[in-house]
Design a protein around this ligand. Sequence first.
Ligand code: ATP
Ligand code: MG
Length: 477
Amino acid sequence: MINVIKKLKDKQGAAIIINFLKRILPSANPQETVEAELPVAEKFRIYPRSEHVISRSRISDNALKVLYRLQKEGYDAYLVGGCVRDLLLGREPKDFDVVTNADPEQIKKVFRNCRIIGRRFRLAHVHFGGEVIEVATFRGASENASDKQILDKEGRLLRDNVYGSIEEDVWRRDFTVNALYYNIKDFSVVDYVNGMDDHKAGVMKLIGDPIVRFREDPVRMLRAVRFAVKLGFNIDSQCQQPIKEMAELLGSIPSARLYDEVLKLFLFGYALQTFEMLRHYGLFQVLFPATEKSLGSEENGYPRQLLVKALQNSDNRIADGKSVTAYFLFASFLWEPVQILAKEKQAQGLPEFMAYQDAASEILSQQVRITALPRHISLAIREVWSLQPKFNSRIGSKPSRLIGHPRFRAAYDFLLLRAETGGAEAELAEWWGKYQNANENEQRKMTAPPRKSAHSKSGRRKSYRKKPTDNNAGTPP
Ligand code: ATP
Ligand code: MG
């Protein structure tokens, strides 16, 4: 192994002192911004091809094309981030990210099929049919004042658009295992931050001071959980306490970004474990405060059971290669808070139907402020909820109309979920399962009004009175 060690620059020492001062001296002026100095890594280790498992046969052809093309044009080109981390584990990467010393304009000249995107940091997207290879220029520590990184008073990164060298780029990355560079020149892996050792030990460790790095971008706390669960890694002990103490900072993240992160957290196949870990670190309550509150007031474990079952089902579906939807997930998270609020409103004298309508609107709009649910998602959630009481009508033409509703399938799955966790009659869910699979004749029989009683003297039709089958569905929201 080639082991190159140089002295760290004075700059790094200065940055540590500045970061320390930033931690102990919070800015008094809310408008004030501070400029961040980031260190430059000069100590690194190179793992030649013989010392790692990354084979080009596991790298997408298009990513290889991009790397070779950049190299041919005289630029440095590396794979970096999740793809290197996943390839080292023998997993198939979700996508391939390339970094280079070419700037976006230079990248654009090399590839015809290329678009420049991003404002906070400009990136190139090279398109190959359905596959997009993201090509970023190394991020740098700033040289002149106007280009410097800008942090707000909480230490959050507001602007970060300086190009630099690989030695600077590495410090911008979040976790050591996400900061390994695969060099197309000699197929080696370059490691500035002991990422290989952490990778072998299975540890998610932030680069630099965890408090400063989480403050710069609180979403890193969610990323720590997501990767720890996905990879089966532990969160480094130095990062654990800061997450618990800083979880609230997530509240300052724009709701659109948090929505995207929530989807990544819960729709990748390990939703249940993710939920437990987010709760452990106090992150869940920032993302879903109403849900967390409802878990606190759980009776007979019901809300928790419904949620756990929903998350398990979603994980099983992904394992079976089936699709899962964001709206079903959110409908499960927010169902119990709506029930609780609706009951409160009824207790205050609001009629049942109105109480559920209002509760659904309130809970959804609270949630939208935190995680910006797109409109079509909140509409779908409301539909799944509002179809629940309709399952109680089993006579006449209503069942056949319900079955034709575009959201029937999801609503039925939600009914099953409630039935499995004690929130609806099992018999009701069974009936609907049978009804769906029955032929027209059988369906007609199933929905026929009850026969006149042989003993009925009056001969009048007995009115069908549905038994209240549902102890939790209420009236449609
Ligand atoms: P995956 O794509 O499998 O979810 P990833 O690690 O590739 O995981 P991306 O969001 O694609 O995650 O980011 C690519 C790389 O960019 C990361 O590996 C990391 O090096 C860097 N990065 C992404 N987000 C951040 C962040 N919030 N702070 C610092 N570095 C980040
Ligand atoms: Mg990635």
